[in-house]
Design a protein around this ligand. Structure first.
Ligand code: CA
Length: 228
């Protein structure tokens, strides 16, 4: 169930929204000023925030700015008042996902909440599908990219293929012969020593301490096991 935070200083608006959203099946928490709201956003685990713009202590815009600067991509819908038209653009520039203008109908708000939640879900699916975290690096097996803390890591095509194969069999033992057959194919004639050399190179990239591997383990006499 999606958990929504409402940051709104007008009691009627705050409580009315809470009732309606709970009726729709959302779990709802409330904050009545900017400071409390910001604290909730940064510490809580919310699916979405309904954020009033004009708030005591910290404005909705400033909250947006601070939240995005901290790297938090929680979906935010701004609640703006009539006459704040120009500020909507500013709100979106500061990282809000959408806005509704008071007075708004419940139906409109619900539609926007659903749309924003759906987009956020798609975003996180794409993110998860594209990059896989293996030890120190994040790798994308379809585009052959690897990063460590946002910096590109150089990996050869063969290293990607070996890592990808180990990943596809993660947490189970893969023999050297399996690797030779699946990564090199029958046409090439590498030795098992070649496999071991590639594993060493991979360990230097993924392991925290490649002398004491925690990710790509040696299974003595057989091969390797990638731990996830
Ligand atoms: Ca207000």
């Amino acid at each position: 169930m999606s958990k929504i935070l409402i940051v709104e200083d007008e009691p009627n608006m705050r409580l009315g929204l809470k009732d309606n959203l709970e009726f729709e099946g959302y779990e709802v928490n409330l904050a009545e000023d900017g400071e409390t709201g910001l604290k909730h956003i940064l510490e809580g685990n919310y699916s979405l925030v309904l954020l009033d713009v004009m708030l005591p202590k910290i404005s909705g815009y400033d909250i947006c700015k601070i939240v995005r600067k901290s790297g938090n991509d929680i979906p935010i819908i701004l609640l703006t008042a009539k006459g704040e038209e120009i500020d909507k653009v500013l709100g979106l520039e500061l990282g809000a996902d959408d806005y509704v203008t008071k007075p708004f109908s419940l139906r409109e708000l619900l539609a926007r909440i659903k749309a924003v939640l759906r987009r956020a879900e798609e975003r996180s699916e794409v993110k998860n599908k594209d990059f896989i975290k293996i030890g120190r690096v994040e790798v994308n097996f379809s585009s052959y990219n690897a990063f460590e803390n946002g910096n590109a890591v150089q990996m050869s095509h063969k290293e990607f293929e070996i890592l990808s194969f180990l990943w596809s069999r993660k947490n189970s033992t893969v023999s050297r012969d399996d690797l030779l057959t699946n990564v090199w194919g029958y046409d090439e004639n590498p030795t098992t020593r070649t496999v071991d050399n590639f594993i060493l190179k991979l360990r230097q990239k993924v392991e925290k301490d490649f002398n004491h591997p925690q990710i790509i383990l040696t299974v003595h006499g057989i091969g390797y096991k990638l731990i996830d």
